[in-house]
Design a protein around this ligand. Structure first.
Ligand SMILES: *Cc1c(COP(=O)(O)O)cnc(C)c1O
Length: 460
């Protein structure tokens, strides 16, 4: 093949832009963007030709430009189907929201709202007033404040009560949460000085007592969200930490991480600490996430004593951590489900935790039958779902999975991720596992058709 001759066949950018299939693209997205993409496509083709490939046809090049345009203009953040069986999957956006939460968020997003406006008085109000009553009602706390996420809540709590002073924490609680949240680093950023006490496996009340001095600003407890120490261990109960701290007029901050308002043992899981229990034990500030077991939008919630919450509400850092109106609307709607006693029916995370094994099996069998009817090698198998989100490590819920045995599990896993909507499943050795627990009922039709398309793509 004559490279020179092949190179001469490459169209100019202007000529490529005259392709009929690009007219609509230019009308919609403008000449400049399409021209940039055309230039890049031609350049890539030129390099391929220089490497010995034949020159692609004019129409193929135009199709490439259209394909590039589609890739560039598609929003990078999009809905996906979570078939992993991990309920609170941080990489997959944590908690799906209830219908009421979504509606509340859409309603305040659409127009104006009384975010910082007191309708009764007809003057400026505070965004920090909105979820307070509900949070106090549900947790028994005196006051509450909501910020952007729980990492921010911990930062604000430490900065507000102990900047420039010492904070005493057990060595067994110097945890790292996924995404680089490390307790010692957050403390440094807050301006508080870390004083470690005890050992990795055992910390006693006398360890805290010995560390309290004139520089002490607070005692901190951090829930070991994503790991567990077993064997010869000792931790000080929160109520004993509180009694000791209050003797010295010091506050106790309790970072629960996930936290929960409902009792996880009802579902055969280990107990995840409940927010109400920390409040009842006398913790001055309790921090937890909005989008872990609470099942709401991303937020950091701080409940506790009015005296300390007031300090946080006036702290300059709160402006940098402030919560958005849609978040507040979604959070309020989520909290109302708890108040009405309907969390298990209405909040997706709890519906998934509470799903009955026989219903999951029934769904898995129905999917399998539908897939087999299309010649797909599918079967059901017992499996385990996880709660995830840095809560309840090692705890699982029994489920029934659909197990696919394709020519290449790797390839099918990739084809599913590249589908529309993308599906994330578990690839284990030569099989692909799909857990109905985390697939919303309204996603089922789209899931089954995505599986068929992906299957056909790799089996030809
Ligand atoms: C998850 C977690 C955090 C961080 O919460 P985000 O809502 O992700 O900011 C902090 N502390 C603990 C103990 C956690 O488990």
């Amino acid at each position: 093949m004559n490279t020179r001759e092949e190179l001469r066949k490459l169209p100019s950018v202007d000529r490529l832009l005259q392709a009929p299939e690009l007219a609509q693209a230019i009308a919609e997205w403008g000449h400049n963007l399409v021209a940039d993409l055309a230039r890049a496509v031609i350049e890539r083709a030129r390099e391929a030709v220089l490497g010995g490939a034949p020159c692609p046809g004019y129409e193929a090049l135009a199709r490439d430009v259209a394909g590039e345009l589609e890739r560039v203009t598609r929003p990078s953040l999009r809905p996906i189907i979570n078939a992993t069986g991990v309920i609170i999957h941080t990489n997959l956006g944590r908690a799906p929201l209830s219908a009421a939460a979504r509606a509340a968020m859409a309603a305040v997003a659409q127009g104006y709202s009384n975010l910082e406006y007191d309708l009764e008085a007809g003057r400026r109000g505070s965004r920090y007033d909105h979820a307070v009553t509900l949070l106090c009602q549900l947790t028994g706390a005196e006051d509450a404040v909501v910020v952007n996420n729980n990492a921010g809540a911990v930062l604000l709590a430490l900065a507000g009560v102990a900047a420039g002073r010492e904070v005493i924490v057990s060595r067994g609680q110097l945890v790292e949460i996924g995404g680089g949240f490390r307790v010692p680093d957050v403390m440094r950023q807050s301006g508080a000085r870390l004083v470690e006490v005890g050992t990795t496996n055992r910390t006693h009340l006398r360890d805290y007592e010995a560390a309290i001095g004139p520089e002490t600003g607070a005692l901190l407890r951090v829930h070991q969200s994503n790991f567990r120490i077993i064997g010869f261990t000792a931790e000080v109960p929160l109520s004993e930490m509180v009694a000791l701290a209050h003797q010295h007029d010091l506050p106790v901050i309790d970072d629960l991480g996930s936290g929960t308002l409902l009792d996880t043992t009802v579902y055969g899981l280990a107990p995840e600490p409940r927010v109400q229990e920390s409040v009842a034990a006398g913790a001055d500030l309790v921090t937890f996430s909005g989008d872990k077991l609470l099942g709401g939008p991303q937020a950091g919630i701080i409940v506790g004593k009015a005296r300390w919450i007031q300090v946080l509400r006036r702290h300059p850092l709160i402006r940098a951590l402030r919560v958005d109106k849609t978040t507040l609307a979604g959070l309020q709607a989520t909290l109302l489900h708890y108040l009405r006693g309907e969390a298990e029916q209405e909040i997706p995370v709890w519906r998934m935790i509470a799903a009955r094994p026989e219903d999951l099996e029934c769904r898995a069998r129905a999917w399998t039958a539908a897939l087999k009817a299309h010649g797909i090698a599918a079967d059901v198998a017992p499996a385990q779902s996880a709660v995830g989100g840095g809560s309840l490590p090692g705890e699982t819920l029994p489920t029934t999975a659909v197990v696919l045995t394709p020519r290449s599990a790797e390839a099918l896993g990739r084809a599913l991720r590249e589908g529309d909507p993308p599906v994330v499943a578990r690839v284990v050795e030569d099989r692909v596992w799909l857990d109905p627990r985390t697939v919303l009922p309204e996603e089922e039709t789209a899931l089954l058709s995505a599986i068929r398309i992906a299957w056909e793509r790799i089996h030809g």
